[in-house]
Design a binder for this molecule. Structure first.
Ligand SMILES: C[S@@+](CC[C@H](N)C(=O)[O-])C[C@H]1O[C@@H](n2cnc3c(N)ncnc32)[C@H](O)[C@@H]1O
Length: 246
C-alpha cells in the first residue's frame, strides 16, 4: 500500500489535492451517493467512516443518520484532517456526535462495535494483501447485521482512461477544474494523473498536478474478498454502491 498520509506529509498526493478538494468534487454524483448511503443507514446508531477526507460524506451523514447516531471519522492525512475538523466545528451536531480519529484504517480503533463501516473513494489505495487485512478488521468491527459500504469501483480493469476535463466551482474571480486521466502501469494498477487548474476568465492562473497509484478492484474480486472476510452481499444495493452485511 502506498502510505498516502506519509506522501501528503512530503507535499505529494493529497497535499496537492487538498486545497482543491471541495472545489472540484463531482457534486451531483456525490450528492446521489450520499443520499443512497443515507437510505441504507436509517437505523444505524454508530458508523466508522474510513478515509473521511475533508468530510463531505461525514457532514451528509450527520443530516440523515438518526439524531443520536455517532460517527467515527478516520483520517490519517494531516492536511485532509485540517479540512475535516474545520468543516465539523461549524456543524451544530458534530460536537456531540463525531469523533475524529487521526490513525489510518489499520491502526484506528473506535473502541466499540459499529452498525456500519463506510469506505468511500478509498479502497483503491489498498493493495490486495492490505485489503485482506482491511476487510477482516472492519468486518470484525461490525455489529451483527451491520453494513460495509463501498462505492462501485472505476475502472473495473487496469486500463488507461483518456484525459477529460472535470468542471469544478467558482470562488470569487476564480474558477477551478481538473484534467484527469489514468495510465495503466501494472497488473491491476493504474496511475491517476490529476491536474488542478485555476482560471480567471480565459487566463490560466495556476496548474498543479498530483499523481495517485491506484489498485483496480473488479466487482467479482471484491465479492470474493468480502465473502472471505465473512460478509454477505446485500442484493438490492443502490446502483453506485456495493453493500455487504455481517
Ligand atoms: C479520495 S479521498 C476520499 C475522502 C472521502 N471519503 C470522500 O469521499 O470525500 C481518500 C482519503 O483516504 C485517506 N486515506 C488514504 N489512505 C488511508 C488509509 N490507509 N486509512 C485511512 N484513510 C486513508 C486519504 O488521506 C484521503 O483523505
Amino acid at each position: 500500500m502506498t502510505d498516502e498520509a506519509a506522501r501528503a506529509d512530503e507535499g505529494l498526493g493529497y497535499a496537492v489535492n487538498a486545497p482543491y478538494y471541495d472545489l472540484i468534487l463531482p457534486e451531483e454524483h456525490w450528492a446521489g451517493l450520499a443520499t443512497a448511503v443515507g437510505g441504507l443507514l436509517k437505523d444505524a446508531r454508530s458508523v466508522a467512516e474510513i478515509g473521511a477526507g475533508t468530510g463531505y460524506f461525514t457532514e451528509a451523514m450527520l443530516g440523515f443518520l438518526p439524531a443520536e447516531a455517532e460517527i467515527f471519522a478516520i483520517e490519517p492525512a494531516r492536511v485532509m484532517r485540517a479540512a475535516l475538523v474545520t468543516r465539523l466545528v461549524r456543524h451544530p451536531e458534530a460536537e456531540r456526535r463525531v469523533t475524529v480519529l487521526p490513525g489510518d484504517a489499520a491502526t484506528a480503533d473506535p473502541g466499540t462495535g459499529v452498525d456500519a463501516v463506510v469506505l468511500l473513494n478509498l479502497v483503491m489505495h489498498f493493495a490486495p494483501a492490505e485489503r485482506e487485512r482491511l476487510w477482516h478488521k472492519w468486518a470484525q468491527a461490525l455489529n451483527p447485521g451491520g453494513l460495509l459500504i463501498v462505492e462501485a469501483q472505476y475502472p473495473q480493469k487496469a486500463e488507461s482512461v483518456p484525459a477529460s476535463v472535470v468542471p469544478g466551482r467558482t470562488l470569487g474571480r476564480r474558477r477551478y477544474d481538473t484534467v484527469s486521466r489514468a495510465d495503466a502501469i501494472g497488473d491491476d494498477l493504474i496511475r491517476w494523473v490529476n491536474t488542478y487548474r485555476t482560471w480567471e476568465g480565459d487566463r490560466l492562473v495556476q496548474e498543479e498536478t498530483a499523481e495517485f497509484d491506484c489498485h483496480v478492484i473488479a466487482d467479482e474480486r471484491m465479492a470474493a474478498e468480502l465473502s472471505a472476510a465473512g460478509l454477505s452481499p446485500v442484493p438490492d444495493a443502490p446502483e453506485n454502491l456495493r453493500v455487504w452485511r455481517r
